[in-house]
Unconditional design. Structure first.
Length: 101
């Protein structure tokens, strides 16, 4: 099985999770993702079970933020209408389907 996100190939969902964690931890808080990290995050978000709602009016950018209630770093989506939402990496990964399926 193989998973493709942001032009990168991953052999397992765990490797996708490891890469997502690396992106989350190398980006500074409030930093807008660019380049391959942005492509990966946008593709990952597309696999969220509520992707249409998470995309809303359209994704302007994705950034990393600390969610105080949870004490964790998370991706935030800034939408073109000015609204903001966080999203679960785990839900996206659980919803991934291998290439060709």
């Amino acid at each position: 099985m193989s998973y493709s996100l942001g032009g990168l190939a991953f052999a397992t969902k765990q490797k996708v999770a490891n890469h997502a964690s690396a992106v989350l931890n190398r980006a500074g808080l409030g930093e807008v993702l660019r380049g391959s990290d942005e492509s990966f995050a946008r593709d990952l978000l597309a696999h969220h079970p509520e992707a249409d709602r998470k995309h809303g009016a359209g994704v302007f950018w994705i950034t990393v933020a600390l969610i105080p209630e949870w004490g964790t770093r998370n991706f935030l989506v800034f939408r073109e209408d000015g609204s903001i939402d966080n999203w679960s990496i785990k839900k996206c990964i659980n919803n991934l389907r291998p290439e060709g399926h």
